[in-house]
Write a protein that binds this ligand. Structure first.
Ligand code: PHE
Ligand code: ZN
Length: 879
């Protein structure tokens, strides 16, 4: 067992850097058995640092030091020290040049941090602290330098050599080697450094900026993927235009490059001018990628592009400020996606992610504020809280200020802090200064963890025509935080009259400014709002558009929910009312014997949805989805997974059985023989049709089985083929399931992105993903332990999506996960730590599950040489 506990880093201990680096000159000699890195840093003391006699300390990790020179002179071995992983030079002048040569082994780097090899190419990942795996450096984002990078490699194996900025020199070397030199004119933190060397094809385009410059756009991929770049390129051009139009941000370099790599820990990385993408987040063609993948790619391309301003031009002072760039950029990409597709659907997807996964995180042992106060391993803090809740916090500022003042605020932020490394507080201050609004209390959103709960109650005074709404807020305790202060919450609402129309919202008698929807501002623990001039008792539509990341409790009756689901003028709340109704029905059935009845009103609501062609079909497609098992678990006090699963299945199969004819009609009505189009309408058609098919196969309908087989064979796009495959895999037709799974694999085995989908459709399936099958997938020839996408598509999909199989009362699912985490911990600690997540919330589950989860965590804890990443997650979960 590990004896020394990793160190905790605190925000309160932040100090400015003792030394600044103005220039970095890098020379990489790339070979098959390793790489030599020559680094020359132009360094000066930071005049703002208190002790001007401080020693120079540079971070390192897994480096072999070959030599150190100061201003060109060799430093003898007693002139520096290697302390832990750091390089310490005690006596240094105020200005100097330090040259360090290190040797690293990218070919053996399975952590995928720093410089590593993926499918034969060299690539880098430096955020958050990967640059120290390349060379010794003050590896912190507030040290910003200009980089010049020369890459040398064998010309035949690595014809393409890339780094940040512009290529300024290239030429031949002896032994068939060649070099290219890159220069990035913008000072940047080292986490934005990137290098790529490989045998890649280039897909080119041009973007004409608002000021008339032509930007050279290039996507680099392995030649077999040359046909899968169009969508990313189009998405990139749309993103560039959108950022000009909506934020006034123009691209700043002459070249913008994207590279696809197969082995990547995350989705993508915003390195200056050279974004590196997980192949699955950039490559797409209609025959290999689903609609969901197309949309994800568009969003991620936009996200990384938007970072050029929100992240690169203005970056983070320290990693506690991570949400400064991530929350803001997620908000920006969400608005972009809303503009490109269906805004209501996008909002539903984001709110679903918040309510299922972020609320769970915020109620668990790893809960942390949007601006954390401490961490052990920063890689563990690329969380839903930093990204998604951080984006909701920015969205609330947008809501409170309105679009014009928000834009003034963002203009001021970019202008004031261009070229700087700043804090979330600087962001809020820019918003305050531009708008004149006081966001003092609002800052608690960055400081307090936990999801606020709003308890809402009401009364109607018929005599006076007054409706009173009482709203109480409380914020639950989280690890290390109790007795929280009320937060500033924008609370959007409307009131519906008996005819389903919005009633005017008069906050005082005789009020003339009476909108039909309004944003109330909650700042106290309790408020009572009075609405005047109401001739009838209204039905409240609360938290419209999910105007704040909070839980709302209000005792709606099922009839009221039915009413909202068909009348609310707010599309988001229509969907939400349907979800609440379904949740209520499922929860009521939980634990009841098999003869529990499914409320006929729910069936009616679904029948109407299926048959009403006048409704926005994209919204209908979303409304048809029952609340997920993950969400039901999140809502439970002590989740009994199997009981919830059975209740949900009962509702699903009852709906499918009762509505069989309607589902078949819906399937045929949405039969889509046109060319593949990516419009919201076409996406909604495919989604409706595949949902109908999936439901019919859950009741083992023979006619639907035939339809699915025909669709599987004839599909002209992956959405339909995968829709048919998934429906069959989740059905009881075992023979057909085996046949289509084999056929699919035979057809697509050479395409890793499709094989990943093939793995996950099985691993996530209650029917096909039993533990024995999961173990078999791990020994399948296409499975690779060193490839994060494969690991996620089997182990991650099983533990994260196949909840009824994972949560077995004999704890076999938990033990399985613990075994795999222990194995992965030695190969890739970041991936291992992420896989632990499903176990961390053991306290939330009914006793039969709880003990087994805890024991699995202890199994992981007791592994020898546990990584810092896994250590932090496991110890915090058991604390
Ligand atoms: N900064 C990346 C993004 O959100 C995510 C990332 C973090 C990628 C760490 C790799 C490593 O766009
Ligand atoms: Zn990001």
């Amino acid at each position: 067992m590990r004896t020394n506990q990793p160190r905790t880093i605190y925000l309160s201990e932040y100090q400015v850097p003792a030394f600044l680096v103005d220039h970095v000159d890098l020379r990489f000699e790339l070979f098959e058995d390793g790489a030599r890195v020559h680094s020359t840093l132009t360094i000066r003391r930071n005049p703002e640092f208190p002790d001007q006699g401080e020693a120079l300390v540079l971070d390192g990790d897994s480096l072999v030091l070959e030599s150190v020179r100061m201003n060109g002179e060799a430093v003898p071995e007693n002139g520096y020290q290697l302390k832990g992983e750091q390089l310490l030079v005690p006596e240094v002048p105020d200005h100097f040049e330090l040259t360090v040569v290190t040797w690293i082994e990218p070919q053996n780097n399975t952590r995928l941090e720093g410089l590593y090899k993926s499918s034969g190419m060299f690539c880098t990942q430096c955020e958050a602290e990967g640059f120290r795996c390349i060379t010794f450096f003050p590896d912190r984002p507030d040290v910003m330098a200009r980089f010049r990078t020369r890459i040398e490699a064998d010309r035949a194996a690595y014809p393409v050599l890339l780094s940040n900025g512009n290529d300024v020199d290239r030429g031949e070397l002896v032994d068939g080697r060649h070099f290219v030199t890159w220069e990035d004119p913008f000072p940047k933190p080292c986490y934005l450094f990137a290098l790529v060397a490989g045998d890649l094809v280039e897909k080119r385009d041009t973007f004409h900026t608002c000021s008339g410059r032509d930007i050279d756009l290039r996507i680099y991929v392995e030649s077999r993927n040359a046909q899968k770049c169009d969508h990313a390129m189009d998405s990139l051009k749309r993103s560039m235009r959108w950022d000009e139009e909506v934020y006034g941000r123009e691209y700043d370099l002459d070249i913008f490059m994207i590279v696809a790599v197969d082995d990547f820990n995350m989705g993508a990385m915003e390195n200056k001018g050279l974004n590196i993408f997980n192949s699955s987040c950039v490559l797409a063609s209609p025959d290999t990628a689903t609609d969901a993948a197309f949309q994800r790619i568009e969003a991620i391309v936009a996200h990384e592009y938007f970072h050029n301003w929100s992240g690169n031009r203005v970056t983070c002072r320290d990693w506690f400020q991570l949400s400064l760039k991530e929350g803001f950029t997620v908000f920006r990409d969400a608005e972009f996606s809303a503009d490109m597709g269906s805004p209501t659907v996008k909002r539903i997807e984001d709110a679903t992610l918040m309510r299922t996964a972020q609320f769970a995180e915020d109620a668990g042992p790893m809960a942390h504020p949007v601006r954390p106060a401490s961490y052990m391993e920063i890689s563990n803090f690329y969380t839903l809280t930093i990204y998604e809740k951080g984006a909701e916090v920015v969205r609330m500022i947008h809501t409170l200020l309105g679009p014009e003042l928000f834009r003034k605020g963002s203009d001021l932020y970019f202008e004031r802090h261009d070229g700087q490394a700043v804090t979330t507080d600087d962001f809020v201050r820019a918003m305050e200064d531009a708008s004149g609004r006081d966001l003092g209390q609002f800052r608690r959103w960055y400081e307090q963890a936990g999801t606020p709960v709003l308890d809402v109650s009401d009364e109607y005074d018929a005599d006076q025509g007054v409706y009173r709404l009482k709203v109480q807020q409380r914020i639950p305790d989280t690890p290390g935080q109790t007795d929280k202060q009320p937060q500033h919450i924008p609370f959007a609402l409307g009131l519906l009259g008996a005819d389903g129309a919005d009633l005017p919202l008069a906050l005082a008698d005789g009020d003339t400014d009476v909108p039909a929807s309004r944003v109330l501002e909650l700042t106290e623990a309790e408020h009572t709002f009075e609405f005047h001039g109401l001739a009838e008792r209204p039905v409240p539509s609360l938290l419209r558009g999910f105007s704040a990341p909070v839980r709302v409790h209000y005792p709606w009756t099922r009839d009221q929910l039915m009413f909202l689901a068909s009348h609310d003028s707010d599309g988001f709340n229509r969907w939400d009312a349907g979800q609440r109704l379904a949740v209520d029905v499922i929860q009521a059935l939980e634990g009841q014997a098999d003869d529990g009845e499914v409320d006929a009103r729910l069936i009616d609501a679904y029948r109407r949805l299926l048959n009403d062609a006048t409704l926005d079909q994209a919204l209908v497609a979303k409304m048809l989805n029952l609340p997920s098992l993950a969400y039901l678990i999140e809502l439970a006090k002590e989740a009994d997974v199997q009981a919830l699963h059975r209740a949900r299945e009962k509702v699903l199969t009852t709906l499918a059985g009762t509505l069989r004819e309607d589902l078949l009609a819906c399937y045929h009505r949405n039969d889509d023989s046109d060319d593949y189009q990516l419009t919201p309408e076409a996406i909604a058609r495919r989604s409706l049709r595949n949902t109908a098919l999936a439901w019919l196969l859950r009741i083992d309908d023979a006619e639907a089985c035939d339809l699915a087989r025909v669709q599987f064979d004839r599909a002209s796009n992956m959405t339909d083929q995968m829709g048919a495959l998934r429906a069959l895999v989740n059905s009881g037709f075992a023979a057909e399931r085996g046949e289509v799974l084999d056929g699919f694999y035979q057809r697509w085995q050479d395409d890793p992105q499709v094989v990943e989908q093939w793995f996950s459709v099985q691993a996530a399936s209650t029917e096909a993903g039993h533990l024995g099958k999961i173990r078999a997938l791990l020994t399948h020839p296409a499975f690779e332990w060193t490839n994060p996408n494969k690991v996620r598509s089997v182990i991650g999909a099983f533990a994260g999506q196949n909840l009824s199989e994972f949560h077995q009362d004999d704890a076999s699912g938990y033990r399985f996960l613990a075994e795999q985490v222990r194995r992965l911990d030695d190969l890739n600690p970041q991936i291992a730590a992420r896989l632990v997540a499903p176990l961390t919330r053991w306290r939330k589950f009914a006793p039969v599950y709880r003990e087994g989860m805890k024991t699995a965590l202890e199994m992981i804890r007791d592994k020898d040489g546990l990584s810092r990443d896994v250590y932090e997650v496991v110890h915090k979960s058991l604390a």
